[in-house]
Design a protein around this ligand. Structure first.
Ligand code: NAP
Length: 294
């Protein structure tokens, strides 16, 4: 039987329609959610991300504040800008587009963002709240994956989830989210990394296998269990002479090899990709709502 495709577009549309209602309710109280995005330097990939966030804010009726700063800015100046935004009541979310130039300490910059406006959920305070199950925000990509699981009606309670990759932005927080008590969680979670022994032995045990590795088409059919759910977070650009721009996007999972063995799978592109920005918008609206209830 062909695997069910879990599409980020479908899940994000459902979330956006709820967000439109929540934004309407805020506006009725005279509050327009505001997201400030700081871009340091002119990295082309970062510019694309910042533009797409700006576009989505505008579509939803969120105030988008873009702050473009030169790559030569000092860390103290950047933190000074963040402090201004922390104090600005019209700004509910602050996001610093990463990576930053080498002379700036990313960790110090993230810690300068007020936790109440940390819509990326990278601040240690918010990560700590997530670990103890008291999160205001969840990091966008793992939160998006969680929403895909919930919206698809995939059972997680008692299931073995194997997450390949332990990054601070995907693997680790997703493990925490899925091991919590509650709906869409209660899973038994294994997180594997590049040093893991008997890798395929573990991935083959997964009822839900999440690949967040950054290696094109690494996961093959012999690494997955029959009927498993596969979530492919990878976004890897590989050369393709047949493609218009000479390259194409593939995931960390070999989709063609795996698709007839699994019960559901997220394709790349079109799977997890659209969820990250969706959850960022959701966190911004949550931050604005938190401001109202203060
Ligand atoms: P990352 O920080 O580079 O982490 C990769 C992780 O994979 C590391 O923990 C690494 O292990 C592990 N790994 C690498 N090779 C492995 C192997 N052969 N076996 C087992 N584990 C291995 O990556 P990331 O930021 O989490 O991103 C992962 C992928 O997701 C990338 O393709 C990225 O572009 C994509 N991504 C997509 C979205 C989206 O919105 N769709 C968002 C974020 C990331 P070690 O820790 O031992 O090195």
């Amino acid at each position: 039987m062909a695997a069910k495709l879990i599409l980020g577009k479908d899940v994000s549309e459902a979330i956006y329609s709820e967000l439109v209602d929540r934004i309407g309710a805020l506006k009725a109280k005279g509050i327009t959610p505001g997201l400030a995005v700081i871009l340091v330097g002119e990295d082309p990939a970062s510019q694309v991300y910042v533009r797409s966030k700006d576009k989505k804010c505008k579509e939803l009726g969120i105030e988008s504040i873009q702050i473009l700063l030169p790559a030569t800015i000092t860390q103290a100046e950047l933190i000074g800008k963040i402090e201004e935004l922390n104090a600005d009541k019209s700004v509910h979310g602050i996001l610093v587009q990463l990576p930053l130039p080498d002379h700036i300490d990313e960790s110090a910059v993230i810690k300068a963002i007020s936790p109440a406006k940390d819509v990326d959920c990278f601040h240690p305070f918010n990560l700590g709240k997530m670990v103890i199950g008291e999160a205001d925000f969840l990091p966008a990509t793992p939160a998006g994956i969680h929403q895909m699981i919930l919206h698809s009606g995939i059972e997680t309670a008692g299931k073995h989830v194997v997450i390949v990759g332990r990054s601070n932005i995907v693997g680790k927080p997703l493990a925490v989210i899925l091991m919590q008590k509650g709906k869409g969680a209660d899973a038994t979670v294994t997180v594997v990394n590049s040093k893991t022994e008997r890798f395929a032995e573990l991935t083959r045990q997964a009822d839900i296998l999440v690949a967040a590795i950054g290696r094109p088409e690494y996961i093959k059919a012999d690494m997955v269990k029959e009927g498993a759910v596969v979530i492919d977070v990878g976004t890897n650009r590989i050369p393709d002479p047949a493609a218009k721009n000479g390259s194409r996007l593939v995931g960390d999972v070999d989709f063609e090899d795996v698709k007839d063995k699994v019960s559901a799978i997220t394709p790349v592109p079109g799977g997890v990709g659209p969820m990250t920005i969706c959850m960022l918008m959701s966190n911004t609206v949550t931050a604005a709502e938190m401001g109202v209830s203060e």
